[in-house]
Design a protein around this ligand. Structure first.
Ligand code: OGA
Ligand code: NI
Length: 361
């Protein structure tokens, strides 16, 4: 037994991971190093995180100003907020989660058609972060694919389950419209105006959909679904079927921070500030550090829609946000630059793209 466990602990062949095989124990390569995971600091009660009624963005000038102010505060303190009254029909959210779950329930042969460890592939199915390559493995299975413009990518997506393209396509389109509204509100909250990025987000803007599945884990105290990380995006919009997401509140405990458990409320969507909006704000807004914890009984599904500028379009600090007290704090970079970083670095060990962009003044 010792031998068998030892052998399967080192690495897994792609498509053969512990979470895909429902192993009844967590192999050593999933054990999260205690150094970067202050689990005890977690106050694991559900807590209040900023929740914003964004229907008021379409209301009177006063109402819109109020929402913009709430967004500004949430971006400054958490880099994260939840949105309600976002206008996307509950049936679209439910259908997307259901068809995503359906994909992961397909036989391995069907899913393996998409299996790839090439971070440049526009559609890829894999496990963990970089399957078998990173030092620590994570109890996650995922399908990642480009989603905008839809007509350019949808024919590459899975045809199984038969409704996958239709249901995920609808979800992607609706979330993208929402993302433009939210990004406009965020640029407005920075004093840049709501159309600051509009022309660069049109046809060329990127939308990457991460369809995540976290199977039940026999030992949720040892393994994680995803390690602490921030997203490279401008913003990420997230839908989940169960709790599991935790965000790091940098401002708590006099700056030493603490983990906050994000509650699940039906129909609510989550918005993450990504690294590229931290750059856009010249550091006023923080890209939120978040992680995924696991569940012993249930399969958790999440859909993370990452929105960014075009592949080679570089995000830089706007001159409007620079003055003597606020020099430029970040180098410019593109989505493509992030992919180059991803190939060379190990996010499982805490490497962060944003750290490579900081300019020491
Ligand atoms: C991600 C991510 C969170 C989740 O895909 O980048 O952080 O809840 N997902 O699955
Ligand atoms: Ni993330």
């Amino acid at each position: 037994m010792e031998n068998e466990k030892g052998a399967s602990s080192s690495t897994f062949k792609m498509g053969n991971s512990a979470q895909e095989r429902s192993l009844p124990y967590v192999p050593d390569c999933y054990a999260v190093p205690p150094s970067y995971e202050p689990r005890d600091a977690l106050d694991s009660k559900s807590e209040s995180v900023p929740t914003i009624d964004i229907s008021r963005l379409k209301g009177s000038d006063d109402e819109r100003r109020g929402v913009i102010q709430e967004i500004r505060l949430a971006c400054q303190s958490f880099g994260f907020f939840q949105i309600v009254n976002h206008g996307i029909d509950q049936s679209i959210l439910d259908d997307a989660l259901a068809v995503a779950k359906g994909f992961f329930e397909l036989p391995a042969k069907e899913k393996n058609k998409f299996m790839s460890n090439d971070v440049y592939a526009p559609v890829r199915y894999t496990t963990s972060l970089k399957d078998g390559l990173d030092k620590t493995q994570f109890w996650r299975i995922f399908l990642k694919h480009y989603a905008h413009p839809l007509h350019r990518w949808i024919h590459l997506w899975p045809q199984n389950p038969p409704e996958y393209r239709k249901k995920i396509g609808k979800f992607c389109e609706e979330v993208r419209i929402l993302s433009l509204e939210i990004m406009g509100a965020i640029t407005e909250s920075l004093g840049l105006g709501r159309d600051y990025l509009s022309s660069r987000m049109d046809e060329n803007g990127m939308q990457v959909m991460a369809v995540n599945c976290y199977p039940p884990c026999p030992d949720p105290k040892t393994a994680l679904g995803l390690p602490p990380h921030s997203d490279y995006s401008c913003i990420t919009i997230l839908l989940q079927n169960l709790t599991g997401l935790e965000i790091f509140d940098l401002t708590a405990h006099d700056g030493s921070g603490r983990w906050v458990h994000v509650p699940e409320v039906k129909g609510v969507l989550k918005v993450h500030i990504g690294d590229h909006f931290e750059v856009l704000s010249n550091g006023l807004y923080k890209s939120v550090i978040h992680k995924v914890t696991l569940n012993e009984e249930k399969t958790r599904i999440s859909l993370a829609s990452l929105h960014s500028l075009g592949m080679d379009d570089k995000m830089s600090v706007p001159c409007q946000l620079v003055n003597d007290e606020n020099p430029v704090r970040y180098r410019e970079s593109s989505f493509n630059d992030f992919l180059g970083f991803l190939v060379k670095n190990d996010i499982s060990q805490g490497d962060r793209f944003i750290d490579t962009l900081r300019i020491k003044n």
